[in-house]
Write a protein that binds this ligand. Structure first.
Ligand SMILES: [Fe+2]
Length: 296
């Protein structure tokens, strides 16, 4: 149940300089199926069977395109549009960027990240792959100015803060009962990972096996996070973005629950079972494309 203008995290759009390799990964490793194709865009979904949860754009260079946020109905969409305009973020399109949704608009948010806010994601009747994740769940952004990005999500789009790490280092933000739909960790100014919900820790082992069979490997995990309590495993997809598969994420049913505050030196916010060196983990990501690309 949404408490603000955004009800759900909808999709991630990635510009790929090698779209066949990206699509092969989405099919063979992540387990998505193609639902539609229009010109330079390929639309993919999981067991959630939506028109799109992941969009790959055939592009000159690898980059992150829009982050899609589903508004809480027509009222939420109208209010979000008004607030985004009032806050001075440039509107890029006043119509949906892609087929398969009812209404929406896109704009350039902080640090050049592009967002589309929309309503009415259509269902797709494709048959999911046997190894499909349940659904798209969240994005993890590494903004340079994490406090400004927190302000944007909380004060403009009604997100609530679930966990705070250190002094202005990281925030986990929710728009519904799920512990986080957006995670912000101070960093290079890029998307670090997009995350997909699976049914159990066994699925984390299975994705590791699929990676191994294709000559790839996990980047990290399986781990148990402290912030969010999810078990997760990570790998790097061909575009350079990190992909997370997770299960057992905390749900917060008290909308007024105060944020959990973690001291920066307490690494259990990140991993509870063992300590890791995160240098390589945080060295991957995708910078914003700097423009909204709609399907041609
Ligand atoms: Fe994550």
């Amino acid at each position: 149940m949404a408490f603000g203008v955004i009800s759900e995290i909808g999709y991630i759009c990635i510009h790929s300089s090698n779209i066949e390799q990206s699509l092969g990964h989405a099919r063979d490793i992540l387990g998505l199926v193609e639902t539609d194709r229009t010109g330079n865009a390929v639309f993919l979904s999981s067991r959630a069977k939506r028109h799109h949860e992941l969009v790959y754009i055939d592009a000159q260079r690898d980059a992150v395109g829009q982050v899609g946020l589903i508004a809480a109905g027509p009222t939420g969409l109208r209010e979000a549009r008004r607030r985004v305009q009032d806050a001075g973020y440039p509107i890029l399109t006043d119509l949906p960027l892609h087929p398969g949704v009812e209404d929406g608009f896109s704009f350039a948010g902080p640090e050049g990240f592009i967002f589309e806010i929309y309503i009415g994601p259509q269902k797709s009747d494709v048959v999911p792959a046997g190894h499909a994740p349940d659904r798209f769940g969240h994005v993890n952004l590494h903004p340079k100015n994490v406090e400004a990005m927190r302000h944007f999500f909380v004060d403009v789009l009604d997100f609530r803060v679930s966990d705070i790490i250190g002094d202005d280092f990281a925030y986990f933000l929710r728009c519904n009962t799920e512990h986080h739909g957006i995670a912000l960790i101070r960093g290079a100014g890029w998307l670090h990972h997009h995350a997909w919900q699976v049914q159990s820790i066994a699925e984390l082992g299975k994705v590791a096996d699929r990676l191994c069979d294709h000559g790839m490997r996990l980047l990290m995990g399986p781990v148990r996070h402290g912030a969010g309590h999810n078990m997760a495993a990570y790998y790097v997809e061909p575009s350079g973005a990190v992909v997370e598969l997770y299960t057992d994420l905390e749900h917060i049913y008290d909308d007024e629950r105060p944020p959990v505050i973690w001291p920066a030196e307490d690494q259990k916010w990140a991993t509870r079972w063992a300590l890791y060196d995160f240098t390589e983990f945080r060295s991957h990501g995708l910078f914003p494309a700097g423009e909204a690309v709609s399907a041609e």
